[in-house]
Every structure is written in C-alpha cells, then in structure tokens.
Design a protein around this ligand. Sequence first.
Ligand SMILES: [Zn+2]
Length: 251
Amino acid sequence: MSITEEDDFLDRLKALWEYQAAEAELEQMERSLKNTETRKKLIRQQQLFQNNQQHLKQLEQESVIANNKMMEISAQADALKKQMEQKDAEISESAEYDLEDLFLEDVREIIKECEGIKSAIEMNKRKLVDIMHKLEKSETDIKETLVKMSHAKKAFDQLKAAHSLELEAGKGDLEKVRANVAKAAKSVDKELMEKYKEIKQHRPNPVAYFKNKRCQGCNMELPSGVLQDMKAGDKIVLCENCGRILYAAED
Ligand SMILES: [Zn+2]
C-alpha cells in the first residue's frame, strides 16, 4: 500500500470523525430543546391532569354504586311501608271485635311484629341518610376535581404555547446544525457510513480515538496487533471489546 492510499484512508476516517462530531452537536441541541424547564413542567401538568381524570372516573363509579344502593333501600322502604299498612289494617279490623274475643297472645304478636317493622324502618332511614351524605360528599369532590382539571388544562395549554415558542426560537440554530451534519455526511465514504450506522444502533459515538494503546470509547487496553493494523491504514479496525471504529489522528 502506498503512502497516498494510507493518507487517503486516514482522510476518510477523519471525515467520519468530523461527521460524528457534527451529529453529536445536533443530538445535544435536540436533547436540550426537549429538556427545557417549560417542557418538564408541561409533562408534570399533563400527569396532574391525568391523575385527576383517573380520580374523577373513580368518583363517578362510586356515585353510580351509591345511587343504586339508594334505590335498593328506597324499594325496601316501600315494602316496609306496605307491611306496616297491612298491620294497621289488621289492627283496625281487630278493633271491631269484642274485647273478650281477642287473645292476649295474638295482640302481643301484632305488637311485636309492628315493633319489628318499625325498627327496620328506622334502620332503613339511617342507611338512607348515610348514603345521602356519601353522595353529597362525592358530588363536592367531583366538582372540586373538575375545577382542578380545568386549571391543569389551562396551565398545560399555556406551557404548551411557551414550549412551541422555545422550539420555534431554536429552529434557526437547529437548521444550521442539521445543514452541517448533511454537509459532513457528503464527505464520508459509503462503506464507512454503513458500518458507522450499524454500530450506532447499539453504541453511542461509533468512532473512538485510539490513544495510549487504549480505545477511548471503552477504555480497554488493546493488543499491539491493533496498532499494526491501524498503521497499515488500509482497512477499518474495530475495538475488539466495544466494537467501535478506531481512529488515531496523531499516530
Ligand atoms: Zn472500545
């Protein structure tokens, strides 16, 4: 291999190295645009909204259950009322009898039954009051949650608008750096670019400096054969540990 060809290969590696630097700058810029305080707040606000939405759904479900329960208790109350009316009718009927025709035990039985129905009605009323309290509380809770959601939505919209402005402001710089990347890509050899992209799928910065016998990508010391391969300067030399393309500018 002649000197010119070696130089040529080194130049090709250098072009790839420069392409990597341009791409890293672009990625850094994209990351920082995505990571502004505004965007972080935006994500928090979205989370808040979703949490409230979840809470609202739960409250609504509970409210449906409470309403069903209330209807059930109302039906029981109606049934008890009918029973009571029936007992009243029985008592009115027996009032027409002569006193000596009534058996004391029957009277006691009727009184006992009436008392049973009465206490069932009382119990029913308490349950009803309980459930109505629950429903009232849940209604207040639903209203409060809706207000919170509306606030969160408002804050979200404002932050979103602010973030759009940030992105818009960064657009010019971003386009400049993107153009740099495209320009750098034109100088890169096709075979090297393919290898670069393949490595990039599982490793950041696919090209690494080879310095002091070490791959600077993973910091592993490499056998002396690697240096000889690199000096030959006619093929891609990969780090046997991390698989990065080795590049030695100074040697
Ligand atoms: Zn390595």
